[in-house]
Design a protein around this ligand. Sequence first.
Ligand SMILES: [Fe+2]
Length: 412
Amino acid sequence: MIANYRRPLLCAFLTLAIAASVLASCAQAGPFSVYLTYPGDPSTTITVNFQTSKQDRETEVYIDTVPRRGHKEAYARRVEGASTSIPGLPVPRTIHYATLDGLTADTTYFFIAGNDSAGFSREQSFRTIPAGDGPLRFVAGGDMDATRLTRKLLKVAARQNPQFAIVGGDIAYANGDVKNYRKWDRWFANWDRYMRTSEGHRVPIVAAIGNHETNKAESEEYAERAPFYHAYFGRQADATYFDRTFGSLLALVVLDSGHIATHDGEQKTWLAEALARHVDVPYRFAVYHVPLYPSHRDFDGELSASGRTHWGPLFDEHRLTTAFENHDHTLKRTKLIKNNEVSPEGTLYLGDGSWGVKPREVDKDRRWYEEFAAGKGHVWIVDVSAQGVTYRALGVRGKVLDSAETPAPSRP
Ligand SMILES: [Fe+2]
């Protein structure tokens, strides 16, 4: 028997619990966490990804170059996709993806995604990357999570109307633990809500892996060591390192700084080949998580030292223009560095991953390789054109905290 004075409390608790469960089921109704990645050439291909809280398998995307307000029969093209799941996830969940190819460069597309069982998303849009030497603007950063600072910086980034975003690892801080699936849900909810251009276009994601994407499972299997990253971003490539070219101006290598793949071995062989392949592209960028030139952590940290040993000479040999580094939760710009020394022929290293997590302190005195360092949350906005590259670190109020330029390469 329940004492009388406890009944109102119990009723209130039950009402709240029912309301919460109704809200939760409403929140999961229909496709959610819709996001875009690049499976190949960003001028002609894109992958539409979304999730459903069912164990359904069908994946459909309807697409057109004009808005069709969600009337699927009206769209010019229907693309069937595929789906995957994350073993051990404590809730029903299917991750759907459909790769769209044969797109026209520099063109706006409208789409809906879903299936007949779960329903369809509302209409969304994106724009393909210009082919040739048309100007590019992207945002780069890492170490995000889903904090107040993350949301503020997402708004700052979106206001710049980037064509795509590079996220350099430590994305949702779920540590590859399936129990932490809500951290990813919150991360995607923020991306969905804030990361849209002024015209409402979705901003596609290029994602590198960081230490907080992985768990400590005794396994060599990428899908087991980084279950969320593998399921959510595994369509970018089979491995945790890959490259993309954006028009004729920019080549980007996306690297794994020792989380699933080691700096040496197959990744190093691949990196040498990729950088050689892009030698004629005017600007050659890299993104990865652990910095070769850290601004908070120890210069001799194991992964930083390994990066300098195995990747540094390749960056030097192939004249990497700029490396986007993360992991240290600071704002950093180095001098140009070659052969581990300051050199006008060298590579610019920008970082250090402070897109939402609490910024960390930097040394009172600058390190030998630093031109600028501060413990400030920021995102890098990068403009690439045939005339050169400009980099601006924007802080939480949208103010420029630091900036730099790379001149156009001189023609032989
Ligand atoms: Fe990290």
